[in-house]
Design a binder for this molecule. Structure first.
Ligand SMILES: Nc1ncnc2c1ncn2[C@@H]1O[C@H](COP(=O)(O)OP(=O)(O)OP(=O)(O)O)[C@@H](O)[C@H]1O
Ligand SMILES: [Mg+2]
Length: 222
């Protein structure tokens, strides 16, 4: 099922400036797409609009015959639990819970489910952060927390995985490992959408969009 954004305009209430100007995108299952652009160009804003976290003043995001801005809060929150998972640029964790508890809480479980614990540990291992599973977020580095955030989103098996700056704070080898993981996740038939200005990320995407003066330009294929 493809994900489509149609003619989205976004203005933050505080400032009247148009941050996203008439953005349209079409993404198919199996694609890993990168949104590029300078700092402040609107990449994170665009990702939040795709995820339905921000509701723009006009335009649509179509997913499985639904227009996600028209969904009621409960339906949207179900969508975020199962189908569309969003990893924000800033790492957000429950500080009083350990990493495993954070992973389950984010998936909608109040406590760690012993039957699914192995699976969570396996995903953490694939991103090289399994040894931190019983530590608290404050005990991890920024790059480790980013990888845990990705693992936490993947644990929900979303058909659409949206990741803001996946390689921030990572050395080249670790960044490559994360990108190979996300690339494999897309190749398994999912949609992966990434915002980044890291050149390492670009080589993993066939399709790229660039934000330029608030316009989204389709840059074509690698
Ligand atoms: N909550 C907000 N309220 C008002 N303005 C905002 C808000 N969030 C972002 N902006 C403004 O919108 C513009 C786009 O911000 P955004 O975070 O989307 O950029 P970005 O391309 O992701 O930047 P970076 O590469 O630094 O992460 C910036 O000018 C920013 O100051
Ligand atoms: Mg950003």
């Amino acid at each position: 099922m493809s994900l489509e954004m149609i003619n989205v305009d976004l203005t933050y209430k505080k400032h009247q400036e148009l941050i996203i100007d008439n953005a349209s995108l079409m993404i198919q299952p199996g694609e890993l797409v990168v949104i590029r652009g300078e700092s402040g160009s609107g990449k994170s804003t665009l990702l939040a609009c795709i995820a339905g976290i921000l509701k723009p003043k006009s335009g649509k995001v179509k997913w499985k015959n639904n227009s996600i801005y028209d969904l009621a809060d409960k339906a949207l929150s179900e969508l975020h639990k199962r189908e569309i998972s969003y990893v924000p640029q800033t790492n957000i964790f429950l500080q009083e819970c350990d990493i495993l508890e954070n992973i389950f809480w984010f998936a909608g479980d109040n406590m760690v489910n012993e039957n699914k614990k192995e699976e969570a540990l396996k995903i953490l291992k694939e991103l090289n952060v399994e040894k931190h599973y019983n530590r608290f977020p404050r005990e991890l580095s920024g790059g480790e927390l980013k990888r845990v955030s990705i693992a936490r989103a993947v644990f929900k098996h979303p058909e659409v995985l949206i990741v803001d700056e996946p390689t921030t704070g990572l050395d080249i080898n670790t960044g490559e490992k994360v990108m190979k993981y996300l690339s494999a996740y897309a190749k398994a038939g999912n949609i992966v959408i990434i915002a980044s200005h890291d050149s390492l990320v670009s080589k993993y995407s066939k399709k790229q969009y660039c934000l330029n003066g608030h316009k989204v330009l389709h840059e074509g294929y690698n």
